[in-house]
Design a protein around this ligand. Structure first.
Ligand code: ADP
Ligand code: MG
Length: 372
């Protein structure tokens, strides 16, 4: 008998110290991660960071050389994929081209003892869920990319898994359809209440759809948090740079108090950081990060916030909903440029390339990372 694990029962999936290598590559390098029942969870990271491998470990297609996989409190290390309460939707919609829509969707039920009527009813229900009501007899070859992915979804959902695993299910779709499907997938997850674990390299997709996101680099999960937390308080420099855009400044530590650390930068002067916004192992050098939208150009309407500095505009790009300025700092010898993004274009100053500007920011918005 498989032993129940009493500690991890509240988590539907609990990964403990998972390691999976291919030859000399540690595709997954000691990952521990808990996913809650009913959650929409995304694994986000650049190509090759180990997302698919981790998903396949959960599904049982890959056997980790170290660690334990618990699903619904049960250690499933030696349970075959088809006996796990999981189901996977693959990146390249793996539906059978020689079967029609109904045959594809009902495929997993063909060897059950359900009656033909019961199966047809379930197929209709699953097709309705994914917005393909009435498509039963349609040939797979006559489906668009989006419709094929819906069929793949219906085929997975009809088996009523506790956990649905989705490997970049929308990456082959064009932008508009992808955005529509993101919304629908989220609605679908809410209505069926099943735990979804989505793998994606698309940060917008992960942030807009998920209850929580795990950000992966080089086989490791750097941070697991809500989209807001990931964006506002990225806990490593890699997460900060990967999610949205971030201006980094190298600084030296001047003094520490119980709640703050004051650092010095040639152009920014002294910056007082909140200790809650500082990550890493304490040292005397810190890289601080300020998001482009947290840098504001000073004008008659906008007074200095907690800090200010001067800069020169070297580039200006109209992005539709935002104006993006590239700036250079006055004192720094390096040739770095930094970004300011303005979303309220109408009510903001509109300086030109070459103009000198004063820039302000709130110290409370600054995140920081100790350097080794
Ligand atoms: P992601 O899904 O994040 O793009 P993968 O999990 O597919 O990343 O791959 C992680 C690393 O493991 C990569 O370096 C990849 O080349 C390697 N890898 C994945 N699957 C295999 C395999 N079957 N054989 C050899 N190397 C693999
Ligand atoms: Mg992948």
């Amino acid at each position: 008998m498989i032993k129940k694990n009493s500690i991890n029962n509240e988590k539907i999936v609990d990964l403990i110290s998972i390691v999976k290598s291919f030859d000399h590559v540690k595709a997954v390098n000691n990952v521990s991660l808990g996913i809650n029942e009913g959650e929409f969870f995304s694994l986000l990271g650049p190509s090759g960071c180990g997302k698919t491998t981790l998903l396949r470990v959960i599904a049982g297609f890959e056997k980790p050389e170290n660690g334990n996989v618990f699903i619904n409190g049960t250690n499933v290390n030696s349970v075959a994929p088809n006996n796990r309460p999981t189901n996977m939707v693959f990146q390249n919609y793996a539906i059978f081209p020689h079967l029609n829509v109904s045959e594809n969707v009902g495929y997993g039920l063909r060897n059950t003892n359900l009656s033909k009527d019961q199966i047809l009813k379930k197929i209709d229900g699953a097709l309705k869920l994914v917005g393909l009501k009435g498509y039963n007899k349609r040939a797979s070859s006559a489906l668009s990319g989006g419709q094929r992915q819906r069929v793949a979804l219906a085929r997975a959902l009809i088996l009523k898994p506790r956990v649905l695993l989705l490997d970049e299910p929308l990456s082959a779709l064009d932008k508009n359809l992808r955005e529509q499907m993101q919304f629908e997938l989220r609605q679908l997850q809410k209505s069926v209440g099943i735990t979804f674990i989505l793998v994606t390299h698309d940060q917008t997709e992960a942030l807009t759809m998920s209850d929580r996101v795990g950000v992966m680099f080089n086989g490791k999960v750097d941070q697991v948090a809500t989209p807001e937390q990931i964006y506002n308080k990225p806990e490593t420099k890699m997460v900060a740079a990967f999610i949205g855009s971030m201006n980094f400044f190298e600084t030296k530590c001047l003094e520490k108090s119980s709640k703050t650390v004051t650092v010095f930068h040639k152009d920014l002067g002294n910056v007082k950081l909140l200790k809650n916004n500082i990550f890493g192992v304490e040292s005397t050098k810190l890289t601080i990060g300020i998001r482009p939208e947290n840098l504001k150009i000073i004008s008659d309407n906008l007074k200095i916030q907690s800090k200010s500095f001067t800069a020169k505009i070297v580039e200006k790009s109209f992005m539709g909903d935002t104006m993006l300025y590239s700036i250079k700092l006055n004192q720094s010898e390096n040739n770095n440029t930094y970004n300011i993004s303005i979303s309220d274009i109408k009510n903001s100053p509109n300086p030109n390339i070459g103009d000198k500007i004063s820039v302000t920011f709130e110290e409370a918005d600054v995140v920081a990372y100790y350097e080794e």
